[in-house]
Design a protein around this ligand. Structure first.
Ligand code: FA5
Length: 331
């Protein structure tokens, strides 16, 4: 019996000293666990004379109950203390001034692209993506460039393999469409284009183009000119003038270059935006399109030239330098 009270006292002392819920759990195991001190005493009961067993059993149960109660009480204390300490550790200072989040805005070339898409979708054209890494044939051969034609020299580019180039013109969308679609149709694309080019105020090795084309019955140069005039009005306002002059591109016949002038900018000087023309019959025939029934036009122009003309920017390198003082002007 004295063993029971010794173990009980030892347990209560250890409980009092436990300074964390973890330490308390160890005390609990040491006394009440399967091979804890009080449990070992309980097992001795079998060896006692039968008459002594009830009193021994009652004493040990009482001791167990006391120890359990003390553990529970200490646990409540320790948990409360630990929670208070955790709150203290995780306290946040809500009076600290906030760090202002600066909202980004779209780049002027993205805003221009969005506007181009609005205008062409509004005119009934379907938007398509086209690969930036293009097979040589789509970029050149399929567009009626004869082998080694000098027109390719103007569009020297970056060769990834002998057969794969970074596209020099968004016109490369045309053969992809002609392979899979039957006219009548109207498509356009906007994207990055690349050329092996000395960089100056109006040229870069990486720039953007928009290309659009349509094929239908009775399509003429008048439709092309009307569309480009409407495009100029949407981009630069009603007082923008458009000019077409004969030009050569292997994939159109006849071909023109397309320039605009607005009285507000560059003293009304003409600025070339791109090229255009009626789709060459060689290309239509190659894709089995009946040239007696159908005709089509196509144009392609430099996207950078649009904000240059619209806002009087005289150096296109500014669009790529990411100087916020420049970019923030275009809300
Ligand atoms: C073409 O790329 C033809 N694919 C356009 C075309 C499409 C003609 C459909 C007929 C029918 P060109 O090489 O001229 O044409 O380029 C068109 C426009 O892209 C140029 O007028 C210019 O605005 C822009 N551009 C061309 N090279 C650069 C460059 N290095 N940096 C910035 N813009 C450029």
């Amino acid at each position: 019996m004295s063993d029971i009270s010794t173990q009980e006292q030892a347990a209560l002392a250890a409980i009092g000293q436990a300074d964390s819920t973890k330490a308390l759990r160890e005390v609990e195991l040491a006394f009440l666990g399967k091979s804890g001190h009080l449990m070992l005493l309980m097992r001795q009961m079998g060896q006692l004379p039968a008459d002594d067993r009830p009193a021994f059993g009652a004493a040990i149960n009482a001791a167990k109950a006391k120890v359990e109660e003390a553990i529970q009480a200490r646990q409540n204390e320790l948990k409360a203390a630990e929670r208070a300490e955790q709150f203290e550790r995780e306290r946040i200072d809500i009076t600290m001034p906030e760090r202002r989040a600066t909202a980004g805005r779209e780049h002027i070339l993205q805003l221009t692209t969005n506007r181009i898409k609005e205008v062409f979708v509004g005119l009934g054209f379907e938007y398509r993506e086209s690969p930036e890494l293009e097979h040589f044939d789509y970029n050149f051969s399929a567009l009626n460039y004869p082998p080694d034609h000098p027109a390719m020299d103007e569009q020297d580019t970056f060769y990834v393999t002998d057969q794969h180039v970074l596209r020099t013109q968004c016109t490369a969308l045309q053969p992809h469409i002609f392979e899979t679609q039957k006219p009548p149709f109207r498509f356009f694309t906007v994207g990055r284009t690349f050329r092996n080019e000395a960089v100056d105020r109006t040229h870069s090795h990486t720039f953007h183009q928009v290309d659009a084309f349509m094929i239908d019955e009775n399509v003429t140069m008048a439709h092309l000119k009307g569309t480009l005039r409407q495009f100029a009005t949407a981009m630069f306002g009603g007082d923008a003038k458009v000019r077409f002059r004969p030009d050569f591109f292997p994939f159109v016949e006849p071909g023109v270059d397309y320039a605009i002038s607005t009285p507000k900018l560059f003293n009304g000087r003409w600025v070339e935006l791109g090229g255009a023309g009626l789709i060459h019959p060689n290309i239509m025939r190659r894709y089995g399109i009946d040239t007696e029934k159908y005709t089509g036009w196509a144009f392609g122009l430099g996207v950078e030239r649009i904000p240059m003309m619209a806002f009087g920017v005289d150096d296109l390198r500014l669009f790529l330098e990411n100087d916020l003082r420049f970019l923030e002007q275009f809300a």
